[in-house]
Design a protein around this ligand. Structure first.
Ligand code: DHB
Length: 387
């Protein structure tokens, strides 16, 4: 009898909990490289996610959001272990972050098995979102970014190019998609160079670019590495030799652009975000980010900011349900005005659909900026179109 009473009380307690499910604490676990060579990416995504929460509070759809951030140091096995711990023991309902492609790839099976949504806020190889039904992305894809400059260059006097990319998945994506579109538009790729991702020495590669006699260098390096590229471009006298510098916007990363000096001036790139983007949403974002960090936001920051926004909006839309299936379903087709411009989540691929801007590095008010001068609207990831 006593046991039965206890059971009944327990059942009532459980029922009570179920009834009160509208006011859970929802843990969002960000896994990011906070130390190591790609720490700038981790810092940008974390700061912007915190900014979003500062501006929008921590209550959504009756729930309380708690942000948990862990450092994977840029090591894929660590990303995977943290992802597992977060969902198995940590009670994390949504995973986010993922600073590099290998790190996102390592976590994908965890999201798939645990049925936990995984919001990729930084990594940008096309294939990532195909690795689990639970992955959505708020960063970009390299084929999406590269298409803009590949179309612009041949129409603007650039007929022959050497490509130089970091030798890992996003670099290969950039090289392939740029070459395909540039060639289709009448351009010629005279040489394709791949530079190691770890501790790259750009100097011998720059000499080969100079010797090639091409009209321009197309470059992809991940966020944070652009300064080293600019230094060697300058040291080897490539600009003086008449070589133009083009690429995806990763090389002229807004948070380090201003320190790159005159070598960066005139670089034309295509990308989804510039801190100089002219909109009310972006002004609020840039001033908030500067107040929080003392820095300009870069494209990694906007991925973190929109990642949190997507998570908040999905929790709200799912109407109190916080299981993975409900949340990922809510994310599909979601659209909003980002600091970068209008965006949406493609319901088929769960990748972000966004404008790609053509920008030139110019000096404005004494600082170097990526000044947008043309736009291709609502670009879906071209990397998926062929599959
Ligand atoms: C990736 C990382 C970057 O820093 C970047 O600018 C683009 C892509 C990546 O590893 O996916």
């Amino acid at each position: 009898m006593k046991a039965l009473k206890f059971l009944t009380a327990a059942a009532v307690a459980v029922a009570g909990f179920a009834g009160a499910a509208q006011s859970e604490t929802i843990k969002v676990g960000l896994i990011l490289p906070m130390t190591g060579p790609f720490a700038s990416t981790g810092r940008a995504v974390e700061s912007a996610a915190k900014l979003y929460m500062q501006q929008h509070g921590n209550k959504v759809g009756g729930h309380t959001i708690e942000l948990v951030v862990q450092d994977d140091t840029g090591a894929a096995d660590t990303t995977r272990r943290i992802a597992q711990e977060m969902v198995v023991r940590g009670g994390v309902k949504v995973l986010g972050g993922f600073g590099l492609t290998p790190l996102a790839m390592a976590a994908a099976p965890v999201a798939e098995q645990a049925k936990v949504p995984m919001v990729v806020m930084a990594a940008a190889t096309s294939v990532i979102t195909t690795k689990s039904q639970y992955i959505a992305r708020t960063s970009f894809t390299l084929p999406q970014a590269a298409v803009g400059i590949a179309e612009w260059a041949p129409k603007n006097g650039i007929k022959s190019v050497v490509t130089m990319v970091s030798d890992y998945a996003p670099g290969i994506d950039a090289e392939k998609s740029f070459t395909e579109v540039f060639t289709r538009n009448g351009g010629k790729v005279v040489e394709q160079l791949r530079v190691p991702l770890a501790n790259p020495d750009f100097s011998p590669f720059m000499q080969r670019v100079k010797d090639s006699g091409a009209g321009a260098l197309f470059i992809f390096v991940p966020s944070g590495v652009g300064s080293a590229v600019m230094k060697e471009f300058q040291n080897r006298g490539l600009a003086e030799a008449g070589m133009k510098l083009i690429g995806t916007g990763d090389v002229v990363d807004d948070d380090i652009l201003n320190q790159m000096g005159p070598a960066a001036l005139g670089t034309v790139t295509s990308h989804h975000y510039s801190a100089a983007h002219d909109s009310a949403e972006n002004k609020t974002f840039v001033s908030g980010y500067k107040a929080l960090t003392g820095n300009r936001p870069n494209f990694m920051a906007v991925g973190g900011y929109d990642g949190m926004r997507l998570i908040y909006a999905a929790i709200e839309k799912a109407g109190g349900k916080v299981d993975g299936d409900s949340l990922i379903a809510a994310m599909k087709g979601m659209s909003w005005t980002s600091p970068r411009g209008p965006v949406s989540i493609d319901p088929e691929t769960r990748d972000i659909v966004q404008n790609i801007y053509i920008r030139r590095v110019e000096k404005q008010d004494g600082e170097l900026h990526n000044v947008e001068f043309d736009v291709i609207k609502d670009v879906k990831d071209p990397g998926k179109a062929k599959k």
